[in-house]
Design a protein around this ligand. Structure first.
Ligand SMILES: [Zn+2]
Ligand SMILES: [Zn+2]
Length: 348
């Protein structure tokens, strides 16, 4: 047991504030591992916490936990009964903790577990020097992938992969991604690698330029009044085979469905509670399929690694900024401005 008794961690206060503080380092319990964080990352869903009112975060008790759910590191200790992973193994930590026993957990889909716990809300999250999690949450990180790539795969690229698979990418299917933040850009990169012609849609010129760099055939401004006509034109007149929305914005969702062809598929991966979908015109009259997509599934991990490796997808190019944990206030301000790509913390 070499870990210090206290560690640095980043907590989210809400109302656009985070604080860098200290927390106790515990020994892993039965069935648990302790991971020494090497790299953690800021996710769009962390920004929902960041923007939540401070009073609500205090009421719910979330304020006491380290924020974050994306990280890669080395296993530093294991609790009683754990045979895998072993101390020293390089791992990514799957971002949701299930009960481990129910049908969903046994399928490697702990997000559907009735007793699921979320990092940052029910337990310490990943923006901390050490993380305790069940050993079953360890996803092996191969030696040829560095910890930064691991942190990207742990949620961001994995989420894109899960959504993209539902859009059935192929060379014959024109796909569009609405929202070109790190998850949207990952969709573009993975989709191109898998042979699909990809289009990107976003209001930010900088993000559109990144999408073109990452392989999009065209990147369109979501505020363009002729957006639908341009999408139909690029898709060959009939419309998109599938559209993925990562923005969670009601206008993007509506525009994505409007641009689908008959029997097209819409995949929603952006969290958002407002919608303006018109069921008759947008769904029935085109027999559109709606799919929701949440993270990726633990049983998809190896195929995700294979996909990135086989197609040499340069996912590290998504990283635009790296910070020390002590500069978390600045890092979160930058993430909240939506002016950056992926932002990482280096803990070593
Ligand atoms: Zn995430
Ligand atoms: Zn369960």
């Amino acid at each position: 047991m070499t870990a210090a008794s206290e560690m640095t961690c980043v907590r989210c206060l809400g109302d656009h504030a985070v604080s860098v503080g200290r927390a106790a380092v515990h020994a892993p319990g039965p069935g648990e591992m302790r991971v020494r964080t090497v790299t953690s990352a800021i996710c769009g869903s962390d920004l929902h916490h960041y923007r939540t009112p401070q009073t609500l975060r205090r009421e719910r008790g979330w304020i006491r936990y380290a924020l974050g759910h994306e990280c890669a590191g080395g296993v530093d200790a294991v609790g009683p009964g754990v045979t895998s992973p072993a101390v020293g193994d390089r791992v990514v930590v799957f971002g949701i903790v299930g009960c481990g026993h129910c049908v969903h957990c046994r399928r490697g889909e702990p997000m559907f577990c009735a007793d699921a716990q979320h990092f940052s809300r029910h337990r310490h999250g990943t923006n901390a020097a050490y993380l305790i999690a069940p050993a079953r949450n360890a996803m092996p990180l191969p030696d040829d992938m560095d910890f930064s790539v691991g942190a990207l795969l742990s949620c961001n690229v994995g989420t894109a992969y899960g959504a993209l698979r539902k859009a059935a990418p192929s060379g014959e299917r024109m796909l569009a991604v609405f929202g070109l933040g790190p998850v949207g850009l990952s969709c573009v990169m993975l989709g191109r690698a898998l042979g699909a012609p990809m289009l990107g849609v976003d209001p930010s010129p900088r993000r559109r330029a990144l999408a073109l760099e990452h392989g999009a055939l065209a990147a369109l401004d979501s505020s363009d009044p002729d957006l639908n006509a341009r999408l139909l034109d690029l898709a060959g007149g009939e419309g998109l085979a599938a559209a993925i929305d990562t923005s969670g914005q009601a206008p993007a969702r509506a525009a994505a469905i409007d641009a689908l062809r008959v029997h097209g598929t819409f995949v929603e991966v952006g969290v958002g509670r407002e919608t303006t979908i018109a069921p008759t015109e947008q769904l029935i009259f085109k027999e559109v399929t709606l799919r929701g997509s949440w993270l990726y599934k633990q049983h998809e991990w190896e195929s995700l690694l294979d996909c990135v490796r086989r197609h040499r997808i340069p996912i590290a190019r998504l990283i635009t900024h790296r910070f020390r944990p002590h500069d978390a206030v600045e890092a979160f301000q930058l993430a909240n401005s939506a002016a950056a790509g992926k932002i990482l913390f280096d803990w070593d």
